[in-house]
Design a binder for this molecule. Structure first.
Ligand SMILES: Cc1ncc(COP(=O)(O)O)c(C=O)c1O
Length: 394
C-alpha cells in the first residue's frame, strides 16, 4: 500500500474548489456595474437564511469581522470576562481584547479538542459575560451543556462556527438555533467567497445593529442609497466598522452554498479513508470524533504525533514532511502560551494540560474535495517513512 518514492510535485495543504458557475457569476457582477455590497450579497444572505431554517444572516468580509461584531454588541465594560478555548485561531480571542474584555481560557477535551463545559463553569466569576466555543475542525462542541451553563449564569453564547458550515449537533444544524454563530468563507474553509463570513443571529434587533455596525454605524448602506428607489441621506447612529461583503465575493458564495453538501460528502469520504490508512501507524494519532450524536463537516484532519517514541519534535517532523512535498497546517498552537497572552496575563505552561499536550503534537493533513485517494497514499507513505526514520525503537 505504501509508496517507496517521494512525491514529485508539492501537494498543497489546501485548494478551493471553484467551478464555472462561480466564475460566470463573478464575471456577471463585474460586468453589471455593481461590484460592492448589493443584490448578490442580499441573495447569499437570503439563501443562507433559508438553509439555516430562518435565522437572521449578516454577511461580512471575514469571520474575524463577524466575531468582532458579535462581541461589540455585548457592550463589554473594562474587566468583563469572556471564556473561550486556547485551541483556536488568534482572532477568536483577539476580538475579546479589542472590545475591552478580559480573555479567560478553559481547557479542552484531550482527544476531540472541544471546549469542556465543566472547565468553563469552573472559571465563571461575577464579571463573566460570554462564552465562545469553537466547533473545532468541523465537529460540534457539546452545545446542550454549554447552553445550560450560559442560561444558568446569564451569559451570551457566541459560537465560533468558522470550521462548521454544514455541521450537525444532535439533529440540529449548527447555527440554526444559535444566539449568535459565525462562519468563515476563507479559501481553506468548506465553502469560500475568497475572504468572507456570515453571522447567524436569533434576535432581529441585534441583527439590525450588526448590519449597521458592519457599515460605519450609519442608517443606510450603499445599495440602499444608490440603487433605484434608494435615498442618499444617512444618519450616523453609532461609530461602526467597514466589514461589508462585496457582491463579487457573494457571487462565489451563492454557488458554493449550493455545492456544500456535495463538498462535505467528499471531505467525509476522504477523512474516513485517512482513518483507515493511518490505522497501522500508531505514532500518528488522529483526533477522535465526539461521542454525542453529530455530523462532522470535516473541515480539518488533525493528527497528533507521538513525540515520546520519536527522536524529533513536531516542528522538525513537519519540516521533513514538507521536504517530502507534503503541505501541512497547524491548527492550532495553544493561544494562552503566545506572547501577547503570556505577557499580559502571566500565563505559563501547566495551566491547561490537555491543550498544551496537543499543542506540542498536533498538525493537519491536506483535506479538500479536490484531493485524490492517490494523494492520500502519498501523504501516509511520507508519514510512514518519517516515523520509521525517527523511531527511537529502530
Ligand atoms: C476557529 C476560527 N475562528 C475564526 C477564524 C477567522 O476566520 P476568517 O479568516 O474568515 O476571519 C478562523 C480562521 O481560520 C478560525 O479557524
Amino acid at each position: 500500500m505504501y509508496k517507496m518514492d517521494i512525491r514529485r510535485e508539492f501537494l498543497p495543504f489546501c485548494r478551493p474548489t471553484i467551478g464555472q458557475d462561480e466564475i460566470d457569476e463573478v464575471v456577471d457582477s463585474l460586468k453589471s456595474g455593481w461590484i460592492t455590497t448589493g443584490p448578490k450579497v442580499a441573495r447569499l444572505e437570503s439563501d443562507f437564511e433559508s438553509w439555516s431554517g430562518g435565522q437572521e444572516a449578516i454577511a461580512v468580509n471575514s469571520a474575524t469581522a463577524g466575531l468582532h461584531l458579535c462581541l461589540a454588541c455585548l457592550d463589554l465594560e473594562p474587566g468583563d470576562e469572556v471564556i473561550t478555548t486556547p485551541i483556536t485561531w488568534p482572532s477568536t480571542v483577539n476580538n475579546i481584547e479589542i472590545c475591552g474584555g478580559k480573555s479567560v481560557f478553559a481547557d479542552v477535551e484531550k482527544d476531540t479538542l472541544q471546549i469542556l463545559p465543566q472547565e468553563i463553569e469552573a472559571r465563571i466569576t461575577s464579571r463573566t459575560r460570554a462564552v465562545i466555543p469553537v466547533h473545532f475542525a468541523g465537529a460540534p462542541s457539546d452545545l446542550e451543556p454549554l447552553r445550560q451553563v450560559c442560561k444558568k449564569y446569564h451569559l451570551a453564547l457566541i459560537e465560533d462556527a468558522a470550521h462548521a458550515v454544514g455541521t450537525w449537533y444532535k439533529g440540529e444544524l449548527v447555527g440554526s438555533r444559535s444566539e449568535m454563530a459565525v462562519f468563515s468563507f476563507h479559501p481553506i474553509k468548506n465553502m469560500t467567497t475568497g475572504e468572507g463570513g456570515m453571522i447567524l443571529c436569533r434576535d432581529p434587533g441585534r441583527a439590525d445593529r450588526m448590519r449597521r455596525l458592519r457599515f460605519h454605524g450609519i442608517s443606510r448602506d450603499a445599495w440602499r442609497r444608490y440603487a433605484k428607489g434608494g435615498l442618499p441621506q444617512y444618519e450616523t447612529i453609532e461609530p461602526g466598522y467597514k466589514y461589508n461583503m462585496l457582491d463579487i465575493q457573494a457571487a462565489i458564495g451563492i454557488h458554493q452554498l449550493k455545492k456544500l453538501t456535495h463538498f462535505n460528502k467528499r471531505r467525509t469520504e476522504l477523512a474516513e479513508n485517512y482513518l483507515d490508512l493511518l490505522k497501522d501507524i500508531p505514532e500518528i494519532m488522529p483526533l477522535k470524533s465526539p461521542d454525542y450524536s453529530h455530523i462532522h463537516a470535516w473541515h480539518l484532519f488533525v493528527v497528533r504525533l507521538d513525540i515520546d517514541s520519536l527522536s524529533v519534535d513536531r516542528d522538525e517532523f513537519i519540516l521533513h514532511l514538507q521536504e517530502e512535498n507534503i503541505g501541512i497546517g497547524l491548527h492550532f498552537p495553544a493561544l494562552h502560551l503566545q506572547r501577547y497572552y503570556r505577557e499580559k496575563y502571566g500565563f505559563s505552561r501547566g495551566m491547561l494540560p490537555a491543550a498544551e499536550w496537543n499543542s506540542d503534537r498536533l498538525f493537519s493533513l491536506p483535506l479538500y474535495p479536490l484531493l485524490t485517494e492517490d494523494d492520500q497514499v502519498d501523504v501516509v507513505s511520507a508519514l510512514k517513512r518519517l516515523v520509521e526514520r525517527f523511531s527511537r525503537k529502530g
